[in-house]
Design a protein around this ligand. Structure first.
Ligand SMILES: [Zn+2]
Length: 461
Protein backbone atom coordinates (compact mmCIF):
# COMPACT_ATOMS: atom_id res chain seq x y z
CA UNK A 1 0.00 0.00 0.00
CA UNK A 2 2.67 2.36 1.00
CA UNK A 3 4.36 1.73 -2.29
CA UNK A 4 1.26 2.53 -4.30
CA UNK A 5 0.77 5.86 -2.65
CA UNK A 6 4.34 6.78 -3.24
CA UNK A 7 4.14 5.60 -6.78
CA UNK A 8 1.27 7.89 -7.72
CA UNK A 9 3.06 10.78 -6.11
CA UNK A 10 6.19 9.87 -7.98
CA UNK A 11 4.46 9.53 -11.29
CA UNK A 12 3.27 13.09 -10.96
CA UNK A 13 6.78 14.27 -10.15
CA UNK A 14 8.11 12.19 -12.96
CA UNK A 15 6.01 13.87 -15.58
CA UNK A 16 7.07 17.26 -14.32
CA UNK A 17 10.68 16.27 -14.21
CA UNK A 18 10.77 14.55 -17.55
CA UNK A 19 9.74 17.83 -19.08
CA UNK A 20 12.71 19.59 -17.57
CA UNK A 21 15.43 16.97 -17.81
CA UNK A 22 16.61 14.33 -20.13
CA UNK A 23 15.79 11.32 -18.05
CA UNK A 24 15.64 8.23 -20.23
CA UNK A 25 17.77 5.15 -20.34
CA UNK A 26 21.29 6.12 -21.18
CA UNK A 27 24.39 6.34 -19.05
CA UNK A 28 24.43 9.41 -16.92
CA UNK A 29 27.55 11.35 -16.04
CA UNK A 30 27.94 9.47 -12.75
CA UNK A 31 28.03 6.23 -14.68
CA UNK A 32 30.52 7.59 -17.19
CA UNK A 33 32.73 8.76 -14.37
CA UNK A 34 33.14 5.17 -13.19
CA UNK A 35 33.33 3.55 -16.62
CA UNK A 36 36.00 5.90 -17.91
CA UNK A 37 38.30 5.00 -15.00
CA UNK A 38 38.22 1.20 -15.46
CA UNK A 39 41.57 -0.14 -16.68
CA UNK A 40 41.50 -3.66 -18.08
CA UNK A 41 45.28 -3.53 -18.51
CA UNK A 42 45.77 -3.24 -14.75
CA UNK A 43 43.20 -5.96 -14.10
CA UNK A 44 44.94 -8.37 -16.49
CA UNK A 45 48.35 -7.66 -14.91
CA UNK A 46 46.94 -8.51 -11.51
CA UNK A 47 45.21 -11.56 -12.95
CA UNK A 48 48.51 -12.82 -14.34
CA UNK A 49 50.28 -12.52 -11.00
CA UNK A 50 47.51 -14.13 -8.96
CA UNK A 51 46.63 -16.98 -11.33
CA UNK A 52 49.79 -17.69 -13.36
CA UNK A 53 52.64 -16.77 -11.00
CA UNK A 54 51.00 -18.03 -7.81
CA UNK A 55 48.88 -20.83 -9.32
CA UNK A 56 46.35 -22.75 -7.20
CA UNK A 57 45.48 -21.09 -3.86
CA UNK A 58 43.95 -23.74 -1.66
CA UNK A 59 42.27 -22.64 1.59
CA UNK A 60 44.86 -21.99 4.35
CA UNK A 61 47.82 -22.83 2.06
CA UNK A 62 50.99 -20.72 1.79
CA UNK A 63 49.85 -19.86 -1.77
CA UNK A 64 46.59 -18.46 -0.45
CA UNK A 65 48.65 -16.35 1.97
CA UNK A 66 50.87 -15.13 -0.85
CA UNK A 67 47.77 -13.97 -2.73
CA UNK A 68 46.53 -12.30 0.47
CA UNK A 69 49.80 -10.38 0.78
CA UNK A 70 49.44 -9.11 -2.75
CA UNK A 71 45.86 -7.98 -2.15
CA UNK A 72 46.92 -6.21 1.07
CA UNK A 73 49.71 -4.36 -0.73
CA UNK A 74 47.36 -3.28 -3.52
CA UNK A 75 44.79 -1.94 -1.05
CA UNK A 76 47.56 -0.14 0.84
CA UNK A 77 48.84 1.47 -2.35
CA UNK A 78 45.31 2.77 -2.80
CA UNK A 79 45.52 4.33 0.70
CA UNK A 80 42.88 2.22 2.38
CA UNK A 81 42.76 1.20 6.01
CA UNK A 82 43.39 -2.51 5.66
CA UNK A 83 42.39 -5.13 8.18
CA UNK A 84 43.64 -8.70 7.99
CA UNK A 85 41.08 -10.91 9.68
CA UNK A 86 42.57 -14.31 10.46
CA UNK A 87 40.49 -17.35 11.21
CA UNK A 88 41.13 -20.98 11.87
CA UNK A 89 40.66 -23.48 9.08
CA UNK A 90 42.55 -26.77 9.05
CA UNK A 91 43.31 -28.11 5.63
CA UNK A 92 45.62 -30.62 3.97
CA UNK A 93 47.53 -29.28 0.99
CA UNK A 94 49.42 -31.50 -1.44
CA UNK A 95 52.49 -30.88 -3.62
CA UNK A 96 53.98 -33.14 -6.27
CA UNK A 97 57.31 -32.08 -7.72
CA UNK A 98 59.00 -34.02 -10.49
CA UNK A 99 62.75 -33.91 -9.71
CA UNK A 100 64.08 -35.98 -12.60
CA UNK A 101 64.57 -35.88 -15.52
CA UNK A 102 63.38 -32.25 -15.35
CA UNK A 103 61.96 -30.23 -12.46
CA UNK A 104 58.25 -29.60 -12.77
CA UNK A 105 55.28 -29.00 -10.46
CA UNK A 106 52.20 -31.12 -11.04
CA UNK A 107 48.85 -30.07 -9.63
CA UNK A 108 47.36 -32.64 -7.31
CA UNK A 109 44.39 -32.88 -5.01
CA UNK A 110 44.56 -34.20 -1.49
CA UNK A 111 41.79 -34.56 1.03
CA UNK A 112 41.59 -34.49 4.79
CA UNK A 113 41.47 -38.28 4.65
CA UNK A 114 45.15 -38.55 3.73
CA UNK A 115 47.78 -38.75 6.47
CA UNK A 116 50.55 -36.15 6.32
CA UNK A 117 53.94 -36.95 4.83
CA UNK A 118 57.02 -36.62 7.07
CA UNK A 119 58.66 -33.20 6.99
CA UNK A 120 60.11 -32.55 3.53
CA UNK A 121 57.80 -35.17 2.01
CA UNK A 122 58.66 -38.53 0.49
CA UNK A 123 60.95 -38.88 -2.50
CA UNK A 124 61.19 -41.90 -4.79
CA UNK A 125 60.74 -43.17 -8.30
CA UNK A 126 57.15 -43.80 -9.39
CA UNK A 127 55.98 -47.39 -9.87
CA UNK A 128 53.13 -48.08 -12.28
CA UNK A 129 50.64 -50.31 -10.47
CA UNK A 130 48.03 -50.47 -13.22
CA UNK A 131 44.49 -50.31 -11.95
CA UNK A 132 45.49 -51.09 -8.39
CA UNK A 133 44.48 -54.73 -8.03
CA UNK A 134 46.34 -56.91 -5.50
CA UNK A 135 48.32 -58.60 -8.31
CA UNK A 136 49.38 -55.31 -9.81
CA UNK A 137 51.10 -54.16 -6.61
CA UNK A 138 54.28 -56.19 -7.14
CA UNK A 139 57.39 -56.29 -4.88
CA UNK A 140 58.80 -53.41 -6.91
CA UNK A 141 56.54 -50.94 -5.11
CA UNK A 142 57.83 -51.69 -1.60
CA UNK A 143 59.28 -48.46 -0.21
CA UNK A 144 58.21 -46.55 -3.34
CA UNK A 145 55.42 -44.28 -4.55
CA UNK A 146 52.70 -46.15 -6.45
CA UNK A 147 50.80 -44.76 -9.42
CA UNK A 148 47.33 -46.20 -10.00
CA UNK A 149 44.75 -45.45 -12.64
CA UNK A 150 41.04 -45.56 -11.90
CA UNK A 151 38.28 -45.80 -14.43
CA UNK A 152 35.34 -45.45 -12.07
CA UNK A 153 35.33 -43.30 -9.00
CA UNK A 154 33.67 -45.04 -6.17
CA UNK A 155 34.55 -44.73 -2.53
CA UNK A 156 34.87 -48.50 -2.18
CA UNK A 157 37.27 -48.67 -5.11
CA UNK A 158 39.53 -46.04 -3.55
CA UNK A 159 39.47 -47.92 -0.25
CA UNK A 160 40.45 -51.19 -1.92
CA UNK A 161 43.30 -49.60 -3.87
CA UNK A 162 44.72 -47.93 -0.78
CA UNK A 163 44.49 -51.12 1.23
CA UNK A 164 46.30 -53.06 -1.51
CA UNK A 165 49.02 -50.40 -1.62
CA UNK A 166 49.46 -50.51 2.16
CA UNK A 167 49.81 -54.29 2.14
CA UNK A 168 52.41 -54.13 -0.65
CA UNK A 169 54.49 -51.69 1.40
CA UNK A 170 54.11 -48.60 -0.84
CA UNK A 171 55.01 -45.33 0.91
CA UNK A 172 52.41 -43.27 -0.94
CA UNK A 173 49.81 -43.58 -3.68
CA UNK A 174 49.07 -41.23 -6.55
CA UNK A 175 45.72 -41.95 -8.15
CA UNK A 176 45.14 -40.85 -11.69
CA UNK A 177 41.62 -40.00 -12.79
CA UNK A 178 39.93 -37.75 -15.28
CA UNK A 179 37.72 -35.68 -13.06
CA UNK A 180 39.04 -33.01 -10.78
CA UNK A 181 35.81 -31.97 -9.18
CA UNK A 182 36.47 -31.41 -5.58
CA UNK A 183 34.34 -34.31 -4.43
CA UNK A 184 35.92 -36.82 -6.78
CA UNK A 185 37.40 -38.50 -3.72
CA UNK A 186 35.42 -38.44 -0.53
CA UNK A 187 37.22 -37.28 2.60
CA UNK A 188 35.73 -40.32 4.35
CA UNK A 189 38.30 -42.36 2.42
CA UNK A 190 41.25 -42.77 4.78
CA UNK A 191 44.49 -44.69 4.65
CA UNK A 192 47.68 -45.34 6.62
CA UNK A 193 49.76 -44.02 3.71
CA UNK A 194 49.51 -40.55 2.13
CA UNK A 195 47.62 -40.33 -1.15
CA UNK A 196 46.55 -37.83 -3.76
CA UNK A 197 44.71 -37.66 -7.06
CA UNK A 198 45.83 -36.12 -10.33
CA UNK A 199 44.43 -35.96 -13.85
CA UNK A 200 45.21 -38.29 -16.74
CA UNK A 201 47.51 -35.88 -18.53
CA UNK A 202 49.74 -35.40 -15.50
CA UNK A 203 49.49 -39.11 -14.73
CA UNK A 204 50.80 -40.05 -18.16
CA UNK A 205 53.86 -37.93 -17.48
CA UNK A 206 54.64 -39.94 -14.39
CA UNK A 207 54.74 -43.12 -16.45
CA UNK A 208 57.86 -41.99 -18.31
CA UNK A 209 61.11 -43.83 -17.61
CA UNK A 210 63.33 -42.65 -14.77
CA UNK A 211 60.86 -40.28 -13.12
CA UNK A 212 61.66 -39.30 -9.54
CA UNK A 213 59.22 -37.21 -7.53
CA UNK A 214 58.88 -35.49 -4.20
CA UNK A 215 55.39 -35.80 -2.72
CA UNK A 216 54.15 -33.79 0.24
CA UNK A 217 50.93 -33.62 2.17
CA UNK A 218 51.15 -30.73 4.62
CA UNK A 219 48.60 -29.42 7.07
CA UNK A 220 47.93 -25.71 7.50
CA UNK A 221 45.42 -24.15 9.84
CA UNK A 222 44.95 -20.44 9.18
CA UNK A 223 43.20 -18.54 6.46
CA UNK A 224 42.30 -14.86 6.26
CA UNK A 225 39.93 -12.21 4.95
CA UNK A 226 41.32 -8.89 3.75
CA UNK A 227 39.15 -5.84 4.40
CA UNK A 228 39.75 -2.38 2.93
CA UNK A 229 37.45 0.28 4.36
CA UNK A 230 36.65 3.80 3.31
CA UNK A 231 34.35 5.96 5.40
CA UNK A 232 32.64 9.10 4.17
CA UNK A 233 33.27 12.46 5.80
CA UNK A 234 31.29 12.57 9.04
CA UNK A 235 29.21 15.54 7.86
CA UNK A 236 28.19 13.62 4.77
CA UNK A 237 27.57 10.22 6.25
CA UNK A 238 24.36 8.36 5.34
CA UNK A 239 25.14 5.91 8.15
CA UNK A 240 24.92 3.03 5.73
CA UNK A 241 27.55 0.49 4.68
CA UNK A 242 27.99 -1.27 1.34
CA UNK A 243 30.16 -4.36 0.97
CA UNK A 244 31.83 -5.31 -2.30
CA UNK A 245 33.43 -8.75 -2.17
CA UNK A 246 35.18 -11.58 -3.98
CA UNK A 247 36.94 -14.73 -2.77
CA UNK A 248 40.57 -15.30 -3.69
CA UNK A 249 41.10 -18.95 -2.80
CA UNK A 250 40.81 -21.74 -5.38
CA UNK A 251 40.09 -25.45 -5.43
CA UNK A 252 43.15 -27.73 -5.48
CA UNK A 253 44.80 -27.92 -8.94
CA UNK A 254 42.97 -24.92 -10.40
CA UNK A 255 44.93 -21.70 -11.00
CA UNK A 256 41.53 -20.04 -10.61
CA UNK A 257 41.83 -17.39 -13.32
CA UNK A 258 38.05 -17.34 -13.64
CA UNK A 259 37.18 -18.79 -10.21
CA UNK A 260 37.83 -16.38 -8.73
CA UNK A 261 40.78 -14.17 -9.54
CA UNK A 262 38.49 -12.52 -12.08
CA UNK A 263 36.36 -11.31 -9.16
CA UNK A 264 39.44 -10.26 -7.17
CA UNK A 265 40.94 -8.10 -9.93
CA UNK A 266 37.57 -6.48 -10.48
CA UNK A 267 37.36 -5.82 -6.73
CA UNK A 268 40.85 -4.26 -6.74
CA UNK A 269 39.97 -2.12 -9.74
CA UNK A 270 36.81 -0.83 -8.10
CA UNK A 271 38.60 -0.10 -4.83
CA UNK A 272 41.24 1.79 -6.80
CA UNK A 273 38.59 3.85 -8.57
CA UNK A 274 36.53 4.58 -5.48
CA UNK A 275 39.54 5.49 -3.35
CA UNK A 276 39.10 9.11 -4.43
CA UNK A 277 35.45 9.44 -5.45
CA UNK A 278 33.13 11.49 -3.21
CA UNK A 279 30.93 9.16 -1.16
CA UNK A 280 28.30 9.47 1.55
CA UNK A 281 28.19 5.80 2.43
CA UNK A 282 30.89 3.66 3.99
CA UNK A 283 32.26 1.12 1.53
CA UNK A 284 34.19 -2.01 2.41
CA UNK A 285 36.08 -4.05 -0.16
CA UNK A 286 36.47 -7.55 1.19
CA UNK A 287 38.59 -10.36 -0.27
CA UNK A 288 37.44 -13.61 1.33
CA UNK A 289 39.64 -16.62 1.98
CA UNK A 290 38.40 -20.23 2.12
CA UNK A 291 35.24 -19.88 0.05
CA UNK A 292 35.72 -23.11 -1.86
CA UNK A 293 35.67 -25.22 1.29
CA UNK A 294 32.19 -24.02 2.25
CA UNK A 295 31.99 -20.18 2.48
CA UNK A 296 34.20 -20.37 5.57
CA UNK A 297 35.78 -16.90 5.22
CA UNK A 298 32.57 -14.98 4.57
CA UNK A 299 30.66 -16.80 7.31
CA UNK A 300 33.44 -15.92 9.72
CA UNK A 301 33.35 -12.29 8.56
CA UNK A 302 29.59 -12.03 9.08
CA UNK A 303 29.87 -13.75 12.49
CA UNK A 304 32.25 -11.01 13.63
CA UNK A 305 29.94 -8.12 12.68
CA UNK A 306 28.18 -6.28 15.48
CA UNK A 307 24.40 -5.96 15.38
CA UNK A 308 24.86 -2.27 14.64
CA UNK A 309 27.00 -3.07 11.61
CA UNK A 310 24.54 -5.69 10.38
CA UNK A 311 21.75 -3.12 10.64
CA UNK A 312 23.74 -0.58 8.67
CA UNK A 313 24.91 -2.85 5.84
CA UNK A 314 22.40 -2.25 3.06
CA UNK A 315 23.93 -4.45 0.40
CA UNK A 316 26.62 -6.96 -0.50
CA UNK A 317 27.77 -7.00 -4.12
CA UNK A 318 29.69 -10.27 -4.50
CA UNK A 319 31.65 -11.24 -7.60
CA UNK A 320 32.50 -14.86 -8.31
CA UNK A 321 33.59 -15.75 -11.87
CA UNK A 322 33.12 -12.47 -13.70
CA UNK A 323 35.53 -12.89 -16.62
CA UNK A 324 35.10 -16.24 -18.32
CA UNK A 325 35.65 -16.58 -22.06
CA UNK A 326 33.30 -19.60 -22.15
CA UNK A 327 31.58 -19.69 -25.51
CA UNK A 328 28.10 -20.19 -24.04
CA UNK A 329 28.49 -18.18 -20.83
CA UNK A 330 27.07 -15.00 -22.34
CA UNK A 331 24.77 -13.83 -19.56
CA UNK A 332 25.72 -12.12 -16.32
CA UNK A 333 23.53 -13.76 -13.69
CA UNK A 334 22.78 -11.82 -10.56
CA UNK A 335 22.20 -14.67 -8.15
CA UNK A 336 20.09 -14.11 -5.09
CA UNK A 337 19.89 -16.80 -2.42
CA UNK A 338 16.10 -16.77 -2.05
CA UNK A 339 15.27 -15.65 -5.58
CA UNK A 340 13.70 -12.44 -4.27
CA UNK A 341 14.58 -9.15 -5.85
CA UNK A 342 16.58 -7.00 -3.44
CA UNK A 343 18.52 -3.77 -3.41
CA UNK A 344 21.54 -5.34 -5.10
CA UNK A 345 19.68 -7.14 -7.90
CA UNK A 346 17.41 -4.17 -8.55
CA UNK A 347 20.26 -1.71 -8.69
CA UNK A 348 22.22 -4.00 -11.02
CA UNK A 349 19.26 -4.38 -13.37
CA UNK A 350 18.67 -0.63 -13.49
CA UNK A 351 22.38 -0.10 -14.17
CA UNK A 352 22.44 -2.69 -16.96
CA UNK A 353 19.50 -1.00 -18.62
CA UNK A 354 21.13 2.42 -18.48
CA UNK A 355 24.42 1.07 -19.83
CA UNK A 356 22.83 -0.83 -22.70
CA UNK A 357 23.43 -4.27 -21.15
CA UNK A 358 19.77 -5.15 -20.60
CA UNK A 359 20.02 -8.24 -22.81
CA UNK A 360 23.21 -9.40 -21.10
CA UNK A 361 21.95 -9.49 -17.52
CA UNK A 362 19.64 -11.88 -15.66
CA UNK A 363 18.58 -10.42 -12.34
CA UNK A 364 17.45 -11.81 -10.01
CA UNK A 365 18.09 -15.54 -10.33
CA UNK A 366 17.71 -17.95 -7.42
CA UNK A 367 21.06 -19.51 -6.62
CA UNK A 368 23.39 -19.71 -3.66
CA UNK A 369 26.85 -21.28 -3.80
CA UNK A 370 28.94 -18.21 -3.09
CA UNK A 371 29.73 -15.72 -0.35
CA UNK A 372 26.54 -13.68 -0.84
CA UNK A 373 24.76 -16.53 1.01
CA UNK A 374 26.57 -15.64 4.26
CA UNK A 375 25.11 -12.12 4.12
CA UNK A 376 21.65 -13.37 3.21
CA UNK A 377 21.76 -15.66 6.23
CA UNK A 378 22.21 -12.54 8.37
CA UNK A 379 19.22 -10.84 6.70
CA UNK A 380 21.37 -8.58 4.51
CA UNK A 381 20.47 -7.85 0.87
CA UNK A 382 23.09 -9.57 -1.25
CA UNK A 383 23.71 -10.99 -4.71
CA UNK A 384 26.43 -12.74 -6.64
CA UNK A 385 27.54 -11.73 -10.13
CA UNK A 386 28.54 -14.66 -12.38
CA UNK A 387 28.60 -15.49 -16.13
CA UNK A 388 26.50 -18.51 -17.08
CA UNK A 389 24.87 -20.10 -20.07
CA UNK A 390 21.48 -18.36 -20.37
CA UNK A 391 19.80 -21.55 -21.62
CA UNK A 392 21.30 -24.33 -19.51
CA UNK A 393 22.57 -22.09 -16.67
CA UNK A 394 25.85 -24.05 -16.90
CA UNK A 395 29.23 -22.68 -15.97
CA UNK A 396 32.24 -22.86 -18.30
CA UNK A 397 33.69 -26.35 -19.01
CA UNK A 398 36.91 -25.58 -17.11
CA UNK A 399 35.12 -24.72 -13.88
CA UNK A 400 37.23 -26.15 -11.00
CA UNK A 401 39.67 -27.70 -13.48
CA UNK A 402 43.42 -27.21 -14.00
CA UNK A 403 42.43 -25.48 -17.25
CA UNK A 404 40.92 -22.51 -15.45
CA UNK A 405 43.75 -20.40 -16.85
CA UNK A 406 44.35 -16.81 -17.94
CA UNK A 407 43.99 -17.62 -21.66
CA UNK A 408 40.35 -18.51 -20.96
CA UNK A 409 39.53 -15.07 -19.63
CA UNK A 410 37.56 -12.58 -21.71
CA UNK A 411 38.78 -9.04 -21.17
CA UNK A 412 35.50 -7.78 -22.58
CA UNK A 413 33.32 -9.74 -20.14
CA UNK A 414 35.60 -8.78 -17.27
CA UNK A 415 35.06 -5.15 -18.22
CA UNK A 416 31.28 -5.51 -18.64
CA UNK A 417 30.88 -7.11 -15.22
CA UNK A 418 33.17 -4.51 -13.61
CA UNK A 419 31.16 -1.71 -15.21
CA UNK A 420 27.82 -3.12 -14.03
CA UNK A 421 29.01 -3.78 -10.47
CA UNK A 422 31.02 -0.56 -10.26
CA UNK A 423 28.26 1.70 -11.53
CA UNK A 424 25.71 -0.02 -9.28
CA UNK A 425 27.91 0.37 -6.20
CA UNK A 426 28.53 4.00 -7.03
CA UNK A 427 24.82 4.58 -7.43
CA UNK A 428 24.47 3.63 -3.77
CA UNK A 429 27.58 5.17 -2.21
CA UNK A 430 28.03 8.40 -4.14
CA UNK A 431 27.72 11.69 -2.41
CA UNK A 432 26.35 14.02 -5.01
CA UNK A 433 23.06 12.28 -5.45
CA UNK A 434 20.47 14.33 -7.27
CA UNK A 435 18.19 16.26 -4.94
CA UNK A 436 15.37 14.04 -5.99
CA UNK A 437 17.06 11.05 -4.43
CA UNK A 438 18.29 12.72 -1.34
CA UNK A 439 17.35 10.86 1.74
CA UNK A 440 19.04 10.17 5.01
CA UNK A 441 18.83 6.56 4.18
CA UNK A 442 20.26 5.11 0.99
CA UNK A 443 17.79 2.26 1.04
CA UNK A 444 14.89 4.71 0.81
CA UNK A 445 16.75 6.54 -1.88
CA UNK A 446 17.11 3.35 -3.85
CA UNK A 447 13.47 2.37 -3.31
CA UNK A 448 12.51 5.71 -4.72
CA UNK A 449 14.74 5.22 -7.67
CA UNK A 450 13.86 1.60 -8.32
CA UNK A 451 10.12 1.88 -8.44
CA UNK A 452 10.75 4.13 -11.41
CA UNK A 453 12.95 1.63 -13.13
CA UNK A 454 10.61 1.18 -16.08
CA UNK A 455 11.63 4.56 -17.29
CA UNK A 456 14.99 4.53 -15.53
CA UNK A 457 14.33 8.00 -14.41
CA UNK A 458 17.53 9.68 -13.52
CA UNK A 459 18.17 13.36 -13.50
CA UNK A 460 21.67 14.52 -13.57
CA UNK A 461 21.82 17.96 -12.15
ZN1 LIG B 1 34.23 -19.26 -6.78
Amino acid sequence: MKLKKRLSFLLTSLVTLSLSFNVYASPISFDQKVISKISTKKMMENLKYLSVDIGPKVASSPEEKKAAEFIISEFEKQHYDVEVQEFNYENNVGYLKVLQPETMDLHIQVTKGSPLTPEGGVTSEVIDCGFGSKEEFTDKVTGKIALVKVSEKTTSMYRTILLNAEEAGAIAVIIQNDDWRRLSISSSVTSKIPFATLNNEAGEMLLKEGITVNFQVNRYDTSQNIIATRKPHKNKDSGNIVIVSAHYDSVPTAPGASDNISGVVSLLELSRIFSSFPIDTEVRFVAFGSEEVGLVGSRYYVSQLSQDEKDRIIGNFNMDMVGTAGEKQTTLFVNVTDGQDNLVSKTARATAERLGYADVIKAPFMRGASDHVSFWEAGIDSANFIWRDPVTVELEPWYHQPYDTIDRISVERLRTATEIVGVSVYDVIRKDTPNLHKSKNARERLDFYLINEDTNMESDF
